[in-house]
Write a protein that binds this ligand. Structure first.
Ligand code: HEC
Length: 124
């Protein structure tokens, strides 16, 4: 009986996760991922590509060097440069750069980032 309960719960959790409609918090979920994976090169001091990821405001005010675009378009993760870079499978394009030896985001982290942009990239 207990086993059955556990598997029902597991199925529920997996299906909730897939829909990506649970509200994602920038402050509690997204910023900590950026802190861990990106701030080494995108902090306040000498940020690479002039991209600063230390806060929501810094993130939203940064522009791509290549085309001067915002890093995220609310509601459109697949057009958002920051998301495209972390999920890219092109080694000379993705972030963190392969040459840095730093690990890529996990699938779960990238999914959170995607859901947050999809939900409007809010300062929440
Ligand atoms: C080891 C250093 C390093 C780390 C770590 C790093 N970056 Fe970068 N990033 C760079 C450099 C260098 C550039 C500028 C040159 C380039 O575009 O490749 C850059 C540029 C960028 C740009 C601008 C691209 C453009 O088109 O102008 C974005 C967005 C970005 N990084 C996002 C991230 C994100 C998100 C993370 C964390 C997941 C991250 N970076 C981690 C070094 C790093």
């Amino acid at each position: 009986m207990r086993l059955l309960h556990i598997s029902v719960l597991a199925v529920l959790m997996v299906s909730c996760g897939k829909q990506g409609d649970r509200p994602v918090s920038y402050a509690k979920q997204v910023q900590p991922i950026l802190n861990e994976r990106c701030l080494k090169c995108h902090g306040d001091v000498d940020p690479r590509g002039k991209v600063v990821l230390t806060s929501y405001a810094a993130f939203m005010n940064s522009r791509t060097a290549s085309s001067g675009q915002p890093l995220a378009y609310p509601g459109r993760p697949d057009d958002s440069r920051l998301y495209m870079l972390v999920v890219s499978n092109q080694p000379n394009f993705r972030m963190p750069p392969d040459t840095s030896g730093m690990p890529q985001m996990t699938g779960e982290e990238a999914a959170l980032l995607r859901a947050w942009i999809l939900q409007g990239a809010k300062d929440n």
